[in-house]
Each structure stands twice: as C-alpha cells, then as structure tokens.
Design a protein around this ligand. Structure first.
Ligand code: MG
Length: 158
C-alpha cells in the first residue's frame, strides 16, 4: 500500500567562481560570480531535485546524472528537476508543497526572491503559495564563498 504522504529532503552547495553565470532556481542573476559545477550549478534546483528523489526512495541526483558523464556538462538543471518529477509521477505521487532555504553571503536574494519563487513554482508545476523560499546569510559559518540550499518536499498520493 502506498503511504498517503511522503517527505523528502535535499541539500546542496556550490562554490562561487568568477566568470561563471549565476543561476538560482532557474533565474539568471546578474552578479560578478556564478556557481561552479559540472552542470549550470543551480544549487536550489539541485536541492529540490534531491528532495523529490529522496521522497520516493530513488537514487540521488549525482547517481542519476553522474558528473563523470560529459552529456551533463553545463546542463540546465531544470532537466534534472523534470526527471525527478517524472519519477514522482510514475511512483503515483504529486507535489503537495516545497519549502527551501538559501544560505549565501551575496548577492542579496531579496530583490530576486519573487522571481525565484515564480520560476520554481512553474518548474515544479505547483501554485506559488505551495512554495516557500527563505534566504539567510551564513553568519559565523565561514562559507561566504559558497551558496548552500536546503529543501523539503511533501508528496501526496494521487
Ligand atoms: Mg549540485
């Protein structure tokens, strides 16, 4: 029997690097540095993708899309998210809501928060009121050169 609800949790971090475009939650952000990674480095989409995969007991993002595979070099992380959503659907679930937290020193997320929520809601296909996004600065953590994202998802049996 399928449980009526399932919870998933994902976490990711990427290092800032000069000369790399910055993209968070599918939104390009004008900033002198971007997030280095094998794909487009979208730390928020990676955390949400892992939360979705974790909720249904699927392998994690790095197992499904190995960084050693050149086809994912510079990949749009929306592709990873779409695959996780496809697996969620195949497992008989739909997304109830998602909550997330970004931790980064700069850029300030405030001016971009509405766009990021809108983008993520569209990518996941949920109403915006089912999508939480908080941004924190890494006080005392010594991670000013990184962006960190946490995400939890709740899935409902269809
Ligand atoms: Mg990642």
């Amino acid at each position: 029997m399928l449980s009526s609800i399932k919870i998933g949790y994902g976490w990711d971090s990427h290092e800032f690097k000069t000369g790399v475009p910055l993209k968070i939650g599918g939104v390009p952000i004008d900033h002198p540095q971007g997030l280095a990674g094998h794909s487009d480095g979208d730390v928020l989409l990676h955390a949400v993708t892992d939360a979705l995969l974790g909720a249904i007991g699927a392998p994690d993002i790095g197992t499904i899309f190995p960084p050693s595979d050149s086809q994912w070099k510079g990949a749009d992380s929306a592709v990873f998210l779409a695959e996780a959503l496809k697996r969620v659907e195949s497992a008989g679930y739909q997304v109830g809501n998602i909550d997330s937290t970004l931790i980064l020193a700069s850029p300030k997320i405030g001016p971009h928060a509405a766009n990021i929520r809108k983008s993520l809601a569209k990518l996941v296909n949920v109403p915006e009121n089912c999508l939480g996004l908080k941004a924190k600065t890494p006080e005392g953590m010594g991670t000013d050169n990184a962006a960190i994202a946490h995400a939890v998802v709740l899935l409902q049996k269809v």
